[in-house]
Design a binder for this molecule. Structure first.
Ligand SMILES: [Zn+2]
Length: 216
């Protein structure tokens, strides 16, 4: 593998370099080009405000680039009364965007870890998922980024992450297959090595195929 480039994202990376980020006006002009490419007229009344709206929507869709996943997990608690059982946050809905087609990937994440003295506020796990979801992604990479970041920052005994998601690039274009959910997982530490830990996680989360991920 070649050395990662400076603004290539991985679990431990800071947000990409923003030095050559275009201006809002440039981004809106690019939307007008796409509207013309689609065959419409950006100067007609119904589309006049569309470039501005699209650019604002992009600020939401891609808010993850401005977040540092390590910082989200920085504040931990060690007073847990000796709690040493699995912590699971399941059914965390996320909206991400396929890096090949820039269309939504909608699904849920199940995030678990076996603490080693330190725990993190549970909302932070959901924010961690969002920090990686709100970027251009492929599901496999996002799964690894969430698990690896948890592992690096909390240094727990084990980490398990399962993502199940519908990809609109499969349902609205290309092969046009709706109702298909892709399931990815990453197991680290005891979740990888200890079958009983892994079984406990899977039974808490339930059979992945039993979840319905809406494709519409
Ligand atoms: Zn795609």
């Amino acid at each position: 593998m070649s050395a990662p480039r400076k603004n290539q994202l991985s679990g431990s990376d800071m947000p990409a370099e923003q030095a050559d980020r275009p201006t809002r006006e440039e981004a809106e002009a690019a939307v007008r080009v796409l509207l013309r490419w689609a065959g419409d007229d950006p100067s007609r009344e119904g589309l006049l405000d569309t470039p501005g709206r699209v650019v604002r929507a992009y600020e939401e869709f891609f808010a993850g680039y401005d977040q540092n996943p390590h910082e989200i997990l920085a504040r931990t608690f060690s007073e847990v009364q000796g709690y040493d059982e699995m912590i699971v946050l399941k059914d965390i809905r996320f909206e991400s965007y396929c890096e090949h087609h820039m269309v939504p990937i909608i699904g849920r994440a199940h995030v678990a870890y076996l603490p080693n003295k330190r725990v993190v506020g549970i909302s932070k796990l959901a924010r961690l998922v969002d920090a990686f979801a709100k970027r251009l992604q492929i599901q496999e990479k996002m799964t690894a980024q969430i698990a690896d970041t948890l592992n690096e920052v909390l240094q727990p005994i084990g980490v398990g992450v399962i993502l199940e998601a519908a990809h609109q690039c499969m349902s609205t274009r290309g092969v046009h297959k709706a109702g298909v959910a892709m399931v990815t997982s990453r197991m680290l530490g005891s979740f990888r090595d200890d079958p009983s830990t892994r079984r406990e996680f899977l039974s808490i989360v339930g059979n992945a195929s039993a979840f319905s991920v809406s494709n519409t």
